[in-house]
Ligand binder design. Structure first.
Ligand SMILES: O=C(O)CCC(=O)C(=O)O
Ligand SMILES: [Fe+2]
Length: 315
């Protein structure tokens, strides 16, 4: 495999040749930590509808958005420059706005939402359910690739630990990178970071800008492949697999077209349920170090540690 390329994997292979699909995904996860899925089951019309909802929300008056500022529950609105994903290298915060919606069933129903989003709650919930179904099949492919024994859960080892009806940190995030040039002198719009969860699904629309750090050294662009979803491994899965799967840093940089075009993206961050211990993985391919085995860390603890480092909460 070319190390500097993000592989493109055909999702229809999951049904026809689960083993081959699992091997392709494993190769990508052990290498660059990112892959595109084409021919996935989420209808483009539904994705487009989510982008329309997102645009309507970001167009609403600032007072309405700021009434829902993000708090320690990791839900709500993040204003321009509020999040600083790369606290070491960025002078200013990220040049973007975002809104975190809950992606666990209970919270989808009860999260307090601004009017524009509240009116679309059913559609948002349906999209969260649909994308979660796709995540579950990716997690099944992981279990096949990692040869999890039947008596340890087999194919359902990861899915049973990503129950949308149980407590967990999964987030459905809409993002807007407003048009305009780099007023602060930063080249980067969203600082270099790795994601926190197990897997992230990313939908990009029209305007590129995402870059991925191949081999932990070289920045390569992650172009938009129409109709695809970009999938990446997060920190919890890297930790859980003893480093076998790579949680790769990525960032969004300014491109000339950003001067006159808004950029929108949607990220679904799937997390293991809060109570899941990340230092136990019954796979013959994974060897956890003694040190790692000694760290009894749950997914919930892992997430909260990371969040405290990157946000400046206004409460
Ligand atoms: O907007 C993008 O393309 C990437 C966003 C991202 O990496 C994140 O929110 O974690
Ligand atoms: Fe990210």
């Amino acid at each position: 495999m070319d190390d500097n390329r993000i592989p493109v994997i055909d999702y229809t292979k999951f049904k026809k040749d689960p083993q081959g699909f699992a091997e392709a995904i494993k190769g990508a996860c052990m290498d660059i930590g990112f892959f595109y899925l084409i021919n996935h089951p989420i209808p483009q019309a539904q994705v487009d509808e989510m982008f329309d909802i997102s645009k309507n929300f970001f167009d609403s008056p600032m007072a309405e958005k700021e009434a829902y500022l993000i708090g320690r529950d990791n839900l709500g609105y993040t204003a321009m420059f509020q999040e600083k994903l790369d606290e070491i290298n960025q002078k200013t915060g990220d040049n973007k706005e975002s809104f975190n919606l809950a992606a666990t069933s209970g919270l989808i129903q009860t999260q307090s939402l601004p009017q524009v989003l509240d009116a679309q709650r059913e559609k948002i919930a349906a999209f969260a359910k649909e994308t979660h179904r796709l995540s579950l099949n990716i997690l099944r492919a992981f279990a096949i690739a990692l040869q999890i024994p039947e008596n340890q859960g087999g194919t359902e080892f990861f899915t049973s630990r990503h129950d949308q009806d149980a407590l967990g940190g999964s987030i459905f995030r809409i993002l807007k990178y407003p048009k305009g040039s780099d007023i602060t002198g930063e080249v980067v719009r969203a600082g270099s970071h790795s994601d926190y969860g197990s897997i992230t699904l990313l939908f990009q629309q029209d305007v590129p800008g995402l870059e991925v750090q191949a081999n932990r050294t070289t920045w390569v662009s992650a172009p938009i492949i129409p109709g695809s979803v970009l999938v990446n491994v997060g920190d919890q899965l890297e930790f859980w697999t003893g480093g076998l799967f790579k949680s790769t840093k990525h960032r969004v940089t300014f491109l000339p077209e950003h001067a006159h075009k808004d950029r929108y993206s949607i990220a679904i961050f799937d997390h293991p349920n809060d109570a899941v211990l990340l230092n136990v993985l019954p796979s013959p391919l994974v060897t956890l170090t003694e040190e790692q085995q000694a760290i009894d860390k749950t997914a919930g603890e892992h997430l909260r540690e990371r969040l405290e480092k990157t946000y400046t909460y206004k409460d």
